[in-house]
Design a protein around this ligand. Structure first.
Ligand SMILES: [Zn+2]
Length: 200
């Protein structure tokens, strides 16, 4: 009971901070995104499964689209994501854990991984998040948004960040929240300082 109350309070705090972050972003991406013209860059993507997955592919497609279209998401970096049937620049997979491990030496069966142009969301994490994340009392829906935004962040040219910007502040989306929060608060969306892209 106490744990779930703490979880709720933590979520409320995260939401409150996200709202205040969101209010400041409109002018932000033009200055911060390496997209100074203010032109919106379109990223065409498709979604599929890889290997044998237990997650529902249609649900996965819907959550990917909703996350990429969300006003709190990477669109704030001057990007627009369009789902296409052919000619995609980015391929998002709901992938069997062993398939993720096969993608690159830097990937493992335990986590999701991105090897451009492919974004692999690990089916096991999709279905059950991670032990350390679940211990925070944050929802699976939040985990799913976080892991999509984190992996797409790699596609956009981001490496990992290993600390909060302020003590106990929101975790950057590029912090590896699946393995631990390092004293930050769980956060599913890119911070204003992360609204840039490289090498698109
Ligand atoms: Zn990562």
């Amino acid at each position: 009971m106490l744990e779930s109350l703490v979880g709720l309070l933590m979520q409320a705090e995260v939401m409150k901070t996200q709202i205040s972050v969101q209010e400041t972003v409109d002018s932000y991406y033009v200055a911060e995104a390496g997209n100074a013209s203010g032109h919106v860059i379109e990223i065409k993507y498709d979604v599929d499964s890889l290997g044998t997955v237990k997650g529902d592919l249609n649900e996965f497609k819907n959550v990917v689209a909703a996350t990429l279209d969300d006003a709190r998401g990477w669109g704030r970096a001057g990007l627009k994501f369009t789902a296409v049937e052919g000619g995609a620049q980015m391929h998002v997979f709901l992938a069997e854990a062993s398939e993720v491990a096969k993608a690159s030496a830097g990937c493992s069966a335990e986590l999701s991984c991105t090897v451009k142009p492919n974004v692999y969301i690990n089916d096991d994490r999709w279905l059950g998040a991670s032990d350390s994340y679940n211990a925070l009392g944050v929802s699976l829906a939040n985990y799913r948004q976080m892991v999509i935004n984190h992996e797409v962040g790699h596609f956009l040219g981001h490496d990992h960040i290993t600390s909060c910007e302020t003590e106990s502040g929101l975790a950057p989306i590029m912090l590896q929240q699946s393995t631990g929060l390092l004293g930050c608060q769980a956060n599913s969306w890119p911070l204003p300082s992360e609204l840039w892209t490289k090498g698109l």
